[in-house]
Design a protein around this ligand. Structure first.
Ligand code: C5P
Length: 242
């Protein structure tokens, strides 16, 4: 039986909001539950670094989902800046190559304050919105998407990153190839009976835990629920049965 606090610490709520007011309303509804909060480009570009600092002051773990992708020197600086903000997890596009990924880690090391816990640095493999034909015909990468994902994941591991963002369906293969300690962060989570929306390959929270997913990114099943707190509590209950 998983303890509910430990379970909550594996849920990352996607704060996909256009402004801080809407995000704060959700925080107030979920007060006291030790989930992580994910700030992506929509909210970050609107509310800025101050909102990340605010989340940290309220005691939340923060995943800053900005998917850095640039020349190594720029990514090094960007990674240093997000580390100074005190985030607990952030991500880089594996497509930037090994030197870029390593530069990101150098930026983290350079910026860590004495006693500060090192953030988890996570690779983005192939976006789940990329179809086979987009991969092959538009981007010009040959082969199957699954192979591209495994190749990108291997690169992030070689570069020294902690893990990858991946569909829950990919977790078993990623762990087999990179070891059980390779962190998997998985969106596309839908509690039994909830709306799938624009996600295509979904898994329930219970199934995702059972196959060894480390962190579950959950947005609309919580944020769009009539009672977000009740929706989250229901998810945590389901997870504690895994
Ligand atoms: O609302 P929903 O649960 O679908 O939200 C999932 C979150 O995970 C969104 O913030 C989305 O941008 C993010 N994400 C995703 N698929 C990826 C990477 C990130 O859905 N491959």
């Amino acid at each position: 039986m998983v303890n509910p606090t430990q379970t909550a610490e594996r849920v990352i709520v996607a704060l996909d909001y256009p402004d801080e007011t809407a995000a704060r309303q959700l925080l107030n509804r979920l007060d006291g539950i030790p989930v992580w909060m994910k700030v992506g480009m929509e909210l970050f570009y609107a509310a800025g670094p101050a909102f990340v600092v605010y989340l940290k002051e309220r005691g939340f773990h923060v995943f800053l989902d900005l998917k850095l992708h640039d020349i190594p020197n720029t990514v090094k600086g960007g990674s240093a800046s997000v580390t100074r903000l005190g985030v607990d997890m952030f991500n880089l596009h594996a497509a930037g190559g090994k030197a870029m990924l390593e530069a990101g880690l150098e930026g983290v090391d350079k910026a860590l304050a004495p006693g500060q816990k090192r953030p988890l640095v996570i690779g983005v493999t192939q976006l789940t919105s990329t179809s086979q034909s987009v991969l092959n015909d538009e981007i010009g990468i040959p082969g199957a998407i699954d192979d591209a994902v495994l190749r990108y994941a291997a690169l992030t591991k070689q570069a020294g990153l902690d893990g990858v963002v991946a569909s829950a369906r990919e977790v078993t293969g990623l762990k087999a190839a990179n070891g059980a300690g390779f962190v998997t962060v998985t969106p596309g989570i839908r509690p039994a009976g909830s709306a799938i929306g624009d996600q295509s390959r979904v898994m329930t929270p219970k199934e995702a835990l059972a196959i060894g997913t480390d962190y579950l990114v959950i947005g609309r099943p919580i944020t769009a629920a009539p009672d977000p707190r009740e929706a989250l509590e229901h998810i945590l209950e389901e997870m504690s049965e895994a």
